[in-house]
Ligand binder design. Structure first.
Ligand SMILES: N[C@@H](CCC(=O)N[C@@H](CS)C(=O)NCC(=O)O)C(=O)O
Length: 222
């Protein structure tokens, strides 16, 4: 049995989930692997209790507990592990050059978006609307509009997914599409990205991270 440690909470404005752990949920769902979700208290991400540090030396989520291979941490490492271990429905392209492109585009989402612009928008949503810093949220949106979305729009071109077929490159963009759904982010000036995010949200795997799916209905596949 695989157990995914994450943070997820229900609010009147939707179910909010760790963006990095959402990447792993998507791959578990795409692979059709049996797993369960272990929901940690969001405060543990700051307190970093010893029992968490034993599992992940940086006290972060996600980490994945496996029967055969112990604990695997870091969303990108976990997703590569899952794709290597469960070989049905491969999520990596064939050639070395296409794999390099896949990893570069995933890295862009992780380093530039999920770690920089998105938290400005996303972290305040874990507080009630009157406690949010609206200026910081707008800075996050502006960073997306000025820098990130033009890049995605140009990398996508006329392709359905970033590397042609759906691959690990697209997985972090599903977590970004989730945040944009909660924020009702206006993508009308980025039509290719808008269609791409709609396509990502239409995948069956998205229901495990959708803000509309209840905690009870997103506990894992067993
Ligand atoms: N590179 C890591 C980043 C993990 C990460 O930063 N997770 C956030 C939650 S989405 C967290 O645990 N934050 C607490 C911290 O940074 O100490 C990954 O991809 O798994």
């Amino acid at each position: 049995m695989l157990i995914l440690a994450t943070t997820e909470r229900e609010y009147p404005w939707g179910v909010l989930r760790s963006t990095n752990a959402s990447k792993v949920k998507v791959v578990l769902e795409e692979k059709g692997v049996v797993y369960q979700v272990d929901r940690l208290h969001p405060g543990d991400l700051w307190k970093k209790p010893p029992e968490m540090l034993v599992k992940h030396p940086l006290g972060k989520v996600p980490y994945l507990e496996t029967d055969e291979d112990g604990v695997i941490y870091d969303s990108t490492v976990i997703n590569e592990y899952l794709d290597d271990k469960y070989t049905d429905n491969p999520l990596k392209p064939e050639t070395a050059s296409a794999r390099a492109r896949m990893r570069m585009l995933e890295n862009y989402a992780d380093e530039a978006i999920i770690s920089v612009d998105l938290p400005k928008l996303w972290m305040p949503m874990w507080s009630s609307p009157e406690k949010r810093n609206l200026d910081v949220m707008e800075q996050g949106r502006e960073g997306m509009r000025k820098n990130r979305l033009p890049f995605i729009e140009s990398e996508l071109g006329q392709q359905e997914y970033l590397c042609g077929d759906f691959s690990l490159a697209d997985v972090p963009y599903m977590a970004i599409a989730m945040v944009f759904e909660v924020d009702d982010f206006d993508l009308s000036v980025f039509p290719l990205t808008k269609a791409y995010f709609d396509r990502l949200r239409a995948r069956g795997s998205y229901s495990a991270i959708s803000p509309k799916t209840s905690l009870q209905d997103s506990l894992g596949s067993s």
